[in-house]
Design a protein around this ligand. Structure first.
Ligand code: CP
Length: 315
């Protein structure tokens, strides 16, 4: 079987993205199977996580694999000085695929070059979060019926938010119009604006966040201000509550508009939004299970045809 790493969404073609979404749809129909029976999945989390780690582990468990790993590197031999290279080589002795979150940008790429088994990037610093991106694409496709020609509003911490960086990269295939809503301190980094220009992605920058600005959004993608990435906590204190979405700001929203958020939220979405039909962030996180089932299969060389023909479904 051919093995694939899943380190950056930029590696994927349009056809591969749509293929993985279709595979995720198969898993949404039947999430419980034994298609990975006999496999071992390792989850190595050098940074905190709730959704990503638990949904990767749930994906493995629901597909019949066994799971090893750590949720806190302090409980590993990293504390004794073991290098990332040696850690990855050791875990490769035990597991068929590694899902890793690390605070250093590029750590997953490095691990994928060292490891004899496929590596999934579960987030590397402020850089990329490709499995989140696939579940975001899955959620957009599921709610809009297409990925093409959408107005996507990215709001909040566009400087450190790795999910929005990944989303821009993936959406280059689908002719989006992006609206970047951020204060100057959290503005979209120049490199991603250059990326947009190079790939003919239309974008508009705003500092105001109100119901008129977001009225033509198809997707309103809120983000948390990433406290853990700030070297100056005074700066964090100045911007932490810069934008808060409230229910009374949604009166002019398009009927199809969905509010997404990679979560966790702090206070950028008021609780009174949760029962609004535009709110989609809880279902979005659920879609992570189906997307991550597809990612493990993709990494292990299991094809869409294999999944469609799978006879190990447990209903
Ligand atoms: N969206 C996301 O990455 O959440 P966690 O940090 O809880 O994994």
């Amino acid at each position: 079987m051919e093995k694939h790493n899943f380190v950056t969404i930029a590696d994927l073609t349009k056809e591969e993205i749509l293929y993985l979404i279709e595979m995720g749809q198969e898993f949404e129909k039947h999430p419980n199977r034994e298609i990975l029976k006999g496999k071992v999945v390792a989850t190595l989390f050098f940074e905190p996580s709730t959704r990503t780690r638990l949904s990767f582990e749930t994906a493995a468990n629901r597909l019949g694999a066994k799971v090893i790993g750590f949720s806190d590197a302090k409980a590993s031999s990293v504390t004794k000085g073991e290098t990332l290279k040696d850690t990855i080589l050791m875990v490769s002795n035990y597991a068929d695929v590694i899902a890793m979150r690390h605070y250093i940008e590029g750590a997953a790429q490095y691990a994928s070059e060292v490891a004899p088994v496929p590596v999934v990037n579960a987030g590397d610093g402020a850089h990329m979060h490709p499995s989140q991106c696939l579940l975001d694409l899955y959620s957009i496709y599921k709610t809009q019926g297409t990925l093409e020609n959408l107005n996507i509003y990215l709001v909040g911490d566009l400087r450190y938010g790795r999910t929005v960086h990944s989303l821009i990269t993936a959406m280059r295939h689908f002719n989006p119009t992006f609206h970047f809503i951020a204060p100057p301190e959290l503005a979209m980094p120049k490199e991603y604006k250059i990326y947009c220009n190079e790939h003919h992605i239309h974008y508009v920058e705003h500092e105001d966040f109100n119901e008129d600005v977001i009225a033509d959004a198809d997707i309103l993608y809120m983000t948390r201000v990433q406290k853990e990435r700030f070297s100056d906590l005074m700066e964090y204190e100045r911007v932490k509550n810069v934008y808060i979405l409230r229910n009374d700001m949604l009166g002019k929203a398009r009927p199809n508009m969905k509010i997404m958020h990679p979560l966790p939220r702090v206070n950028e979405i008021a609780f009174d939004v949760d029962n609004n039909p535009h709110a989609y962030y809880i279902q979005q996180a659920k879609n992570g299970l189906f997307a991550r089932e597809a990612i493990f299969c993709y990494c292990l060389g299991i094809t869409l045809d294999d999944v469609k023909a799978d006879k190990t479904i447990i209903d």
